[in-house]
Design a protein around this ligand. Structure first.
Ligand code: GEM
Ligand code: ZN
Length: 382
C-alpha cells in the first residue's frame, strides 16, 4: 500500500486524521475552533495518492456546527490557485468525497481559502492608490494588525464633511472566506479609475473597508471565532479588548467617522443562495429604512443574477432583533441602512456551476456588483 501523508502546517490548515491506511477509505474528523465548539472548517494537503482512487470520509460531519451538508461539494486544488469541486455524498453522519488525484500533492478545503499573505497583498494593492489610506486600529490577541482602508477622492468638490460614510466589514467569521474574496472584488472595482460608478462614489463618499475582521481565527483555521473563542458577530453590544478587540477597535473608529451605510459580508453553510439580512427587528426600524432596504435590493438584483431576495433568513419580529450582531447594532446606533450579506458555501441554486459551485471569483464579481446598489441609494441614505 503506498505511503500517504496528510499535513495542515499552513495558513488555515485544520483536520484530524483517524486512519490513513487505505486510500479508498481515508478517515477524518473535522476539528472544532481552537477555543469553542464550532466545528466546520477544514483545509489539508494529501501527498502520495497520484493515480489512486481516493475516498475521504469525514466521520463527524453529521455533528458539525451546521450539519446540513446536502448539496455541498468539497473543494480541491493542485496549485492552491485554481480550486474545483469534487464528487461528494452525505448520509446524514458521514460525508464522503472521492477523486483520483493527478499528482502526489493535492489540497482540500471547505471553501476556497483566502490566506493572510493574500490579505496583506490586498492591502498592498490598495495602498498603491492615491485614494487610499491604510489605517492601523490596533492589535488582535495573537498580535496581528487590525487595519481599515479609508478610501475617498480628496480632490472631490464635495466637502469632506458632506460626504457619506460607507462602511464594509468582512470575515467576522474567519471560515467564511468568500467574504474576503467579496471585498477583493469590491476594492478592485472601487479603485478602477475608468469605472464611472466608482469615480462618482469616491467623490460622494468616504469608504471605510475592513477586509478581514478576524485575522487570528483566519490563520488558526477557525470557522466562527477568534483566538479567545469569541463569536465576533455576537460581541457588538459590549466588546472588550480582552476578548473581542477586533470589534472593540472597529466600533471605536465608527464612533469617530459616523456611519451612513453599513455592509457586513458573511457566508452561509446551508442555503444555496446569495441574500441579505437587515434591521426589520430593530427597535429603531422606520419606513425610511425599509424603503432604503428595498431600493438597495432592487438595484442589486437589476445588475446581478447571482443576487436574489426570495430565499434567506426568517425576518426578525418587530423589536426582537439581537443587537449584539454587527448589522443590528450599527443600524440601531447610527439609524442607517445596514445589511448582512450572505454568500453560499454550496452554490447559487438559481445559477449553478457544475465545475466550481460558488467560488472566490464569483464572490469577487458579487462584491463588484454591490457598488451599483450603493450608487443607487447613496443620495438618499440621509
Ligand atoms: C449570521 S447573521 C444572522 C442574522 N439573522 C437574522 N435573522 N437577521 C450570524 O452571525 O449568525 C451571519 C453569519 O454567520 O453568516
Ligand atoms: Zn458569518
Amino acid at each position: 500500500m503506498p505511503k500517504l501523508h496528510i499535513s495542515t502546517a499552513f495558513d488555515s490548515g485544520s483536520i484530524e486524521v483517524v486512519s490513513l491506511d487505505d486510500h479508498r477509505d481515508i478517515q477524518l474528523r473535522i476539528k472544532p475552533d481552537n477555543a469553542s465548539e464550532f466545528a466546520q472548517w477544514f483545509h489539508f494537503r494529501l501527498q502520495g495518492a497520484a493515480g489512486l482512487p481516493v475516498t475521504l470520509r469525514f466521520l463527524n460531519a453529521g455533528s458539525s456546527a451546521y450539519p446540513d451538508w446536502h448539496g455541498y461539494r468539497v473543494v480541491a486544488s493542485y496549485d492552491r490557485q485554481h480550486w474545483f469541486r469534487i464528487d461528494t455524498e452525505f448520509d446524514g453522519q458521514v460525508m464522503s468525497a472521492s477523486l483520483t488525484p493527478y499528482t502526489n500533492s493535492i489540497y482540500f478545503a471547505y471553501f476556497e481559502p483566502y490566506s493572510w499573505e493574500r490579505h496583506l497583498d490586498l492591502l498592498g494593492f490598495a495602498a498603491g492608490s492615491d485614494k487610499v489610506e491604510v489605517e492601523h486600529l490596533g492589535a488582535t490577541l495573537d498580535g496581528r494588525d487590525m487595519n481599515v482602508l479609508r478610501i475617498t477622492n480628496e480632490e472631490s468638490s464635495v466637502p469632506v464633511e458632506h460626504r457619506k460614510q460607507v462602511w464594509l466589514i468582512a470575515r467576522q467569521h474567519p471560515g467564511e472566506t468568500m467574504a474576503e474574496w467579496f471585498v477583493e472584488g469590491f476594492l478592485e472595482r472601487l479603485l478602477d479609475g475608468d469605472d464611472p460608478v466608482s469615480r462618482v462614489l469616491l467623490d460622494k463618499c468616504v469608504f471605510h473597508v475592513v477586509p478581514n475582521m478576524n485575522p487570528d481565527g483566519s490563520v488558526r483555521g477557525n470557522l466562527r471565532t477568534n483566538a479567545a473563542g469569541a463569536n465576533l458577530n455576537r460581541e457588538w453590544g459590549t466588546p472588550t479588548l480582552a476578548r473581542s478587540p477586533e470589534v472593540y477597535l472597529v466600533r471605536e473608529k465608527m464612533r469617530e467617522t459616523g456611519v451612513d451605510l453599513f455592509l457586513d459580508a458573511h457566508g452561509d453553510e446551508a442555503r444555496p443562495y446569495n441574500f441579505v439580512a437587515g434591521c426589520e427587528g430593530n427597535p429603531g426600524y422606520t419606513p425610511r429604512l425599509h424603503h432604503l432596504e428595498e431600493a438597495f435590493k432592487a438595484a442589486w438584483i437589476a445588475v446581478s443574477p447571482d443576487f436574489q431576495d426570495v430565499h434567506g433568513y426568517d425576518k426578525d419580529a418587530p423589536g426582537e432583533a439581537n443587537l449584539t450582531l454587527a448589522t443590528n447594532w450599527v443600524g440601531q446606533h447610527f439609524d442607517c441602512l445596514s445589511y448582512t450579506i450572505e454568500m453560499p458555501f454550496k452554490d447559487n441554486a438559481n445559477l449553478p456551476d457544475e465545475e466550481y459551485g460558488w467560488s472566490g471569483e464569483r464572490s469577487k464579481k458579487l462584491g463588484a456588483g454591490v457598488l451599483n446598489a450603493v450608487y443607487s441609494v447613496i443620495d438618499t441614505v440621509r
